[in-house]
Write a protein that binds this ligand. Structure first.
Ligand SMILES: N=C(N)NCCC[C@H](NC(=O)CCC(=O)O)C(=O)O
Length: 446
């Protein structure tokens, strides 16, 4: 039975803006209050999807979320007509207004954790939407993410979309940004690798001092239980708290895995040797051998990895058995990273090609190629059973480009969030998108 990895990229929403909402995410903080270009952001994301689909990689799209989040604003005491709510929030709490307008659901690596059917006890594909409770602007994404995933993966015989974990610090969950799957092939049983930043119920465990650890061990363990994963093929490892304090707010900023390859920085994990040993043992259980690609600090310092997003790359298996590394342009602009990449593809190892994209609009908020996609490995039967309207084709690409050009602004500054017209534009865009993707009622209120 054939199986492929679909990358579900987030379609950037019409309110993409820079509000400095993510403490611990260096790019988000440094670009606070600069002007964004939502139209360009969406087109950059679509160009990546189109190019990878054209290469034969399985590519799909996850829709944006309704913004502004009036439910959040009203829950926080802003009242009256929609225009009154926006005006009052702008006057009294512009940061809360920015949270309600955030287009952060574009980073679909944080939408959910996904376990393919080859790994789960009941043989279904399991999804758990991430509660993202570390940041106000992301803390309600799980509701629409759950709804969108249930609409796309509706066949209960093959798919299950769990409720998000309790939204409390003990279960801080950031989805697939801290989860990697290693396997000999996408359809084969694999090892699920969860990386956490802190352990709530173990006060002695090390934790970062400066920036928050967003993912807990307890959340990762709960997901492994919910998804029915085999303990012998599940590895939990702690992220190095020192790199969290240097801006590595998710594991996918310092490591990425695909097939039997783990591409990682030597400082990624609290216990590098122990983590590799656990992965090796677990992989033996599925008859595979770990192929680590270790990047030393002498080759690429952590600061360069964070600035360039070298590890926030997509590692994609090609039909010839080799892998392509999908990187942002920033990797070419960083001397150490560019030199490293030149050696990597010439080394005769598993990665023999670089594919570069201009994703600057997303990068300025701390989102690289890997943040923008959720990996869903599906058998051919499962792929046929999901909703087909989200699969990237030339036709869908052309319709989405026309839709973006019709509805999106090319500039949003902080003051624009107070403009009631922007809210109307966002609503009109999403109403049309439901029809375009063949998902009527996607944004219907609960
Ligand atoms: N690494 C992965 N998988 N995802 C990147 C997420 C970036 C996102 N940025 C933001 O939410 C910035 C929004 C703002 O500041 O306006 C975040 O920090 O959660």
């Amino acid at each position: 039975m054939g199986a492929r990895e679909f990358n579900f990229d987030g379609l950037v929403g019409p309110s993409h803006n820079y509000a400095g909402l993510s403490f611990g995410n260096v790019a988000s903080f440094s670009n606070v209050r600069s002007a964004s270009n939502p139209r360009q952001a969406a087109l950059q994301g679509l160009a990546k999807m189109r190019a990878l689909a054209a290469r034969g990689f399985a590519q799909a799209v996850l829709p944006p979320q309704a913004r502004p989040n009036f439910r959040l604003l009203r829950r926080l005491g802003f009242s009256g007509t929609d225009a009154d709510v926006l005006a009052q929030a702008w006057r009294e709490a512009p940061v809360i207004l920015a949270c309600a307008y955030s287009a952060a659901p574009m980073w679909t690596a944080n939408a959910a954790t996904v376990s393919p059917s080859a790994d789960t006890r009941d043989g279904r594909v399991h999804f758990t939407a991430a509660n993202l409770n570390n940041k106000l602007h992301r803390s309600e994404e799980y509701a629409q993410a759950t709804r969108s995933l249930r609409a796309i993966f509706a066949d209960a015989n093959r798919f299950v979309v769990h409720e998000a974990l309790p939204p409390t610090p003990a279960f801080g969950d950031e989805g697939a940004a801290n989860h990697t799957r290693l396997a000999s092939a996408h359809g084969a049983a694999g090892v699920e690798f969860f990386v956490y930043g802190r352990a709530e119920f173990d006060p002695a465990a090390p934790s970062p001092k400066r920036y928050p650890a967003r993912q807990t061990l307890e959340a990762s363990q709960a997901i492994a239980r919910l998804h029915g994963l085999s303990p012998a093929r599940t590895v939990f490892a702690q992220q190095n708290p020192e790199v969290i304090d240097q801006g590595v707010f998710h594991n996918d900023v310092i490591a990425v895995g695909n097939g039997n390859v783990l591409f990682y920085h030597e400082q990624a994990f609290a216990d590098e040797a122990g983590t590799l040993a656990s992965l090796r043992t677990a992989l033996e259980d599925v008859g595979a051998e770990l192929a680590p690609i270790r990047v030393a600090s002498g080759e690429v310092p952590v600061a360069d990895a964070v600035a360039s997003y070298l590890f926030n790359s997509q590692l994609l298996s090609k039909p010839d058995g080799k892998m392509a590394l999908v990187v942002p342009h920033e990797c070419r602009e960083n001397a150490a990273v560019s030199a490293y990449l030149g050696q990597l593809v010439a080394s005769g190892g598993p990665v023999d090609e670089l594919v570069e994209f201009d994703l600057r609009q997303s990068m300025r908020n701390g989102g690289g190629p890997a943040c923008l996609r959720l990996r869903v490995a599906l058998t051919d039967e499962e792929a046929a059973a999901m909703h087909q309207g989200v699969v990237m084709t030339e036709t869908l690409y052309a319709s989405l480009v026309a839709w973006v050009e019709k509805h999106y602004r090319d500039r949003i500054e902080p003051k624009d969030l107070a403009d009631p017209q922007l809210a109307l534009e966002c609503a009109a865009a999403l109403e049309e998108l439901e029809a375009l993707l063949g998902l009527p009622g996607l944004y219907a209120p609960d």
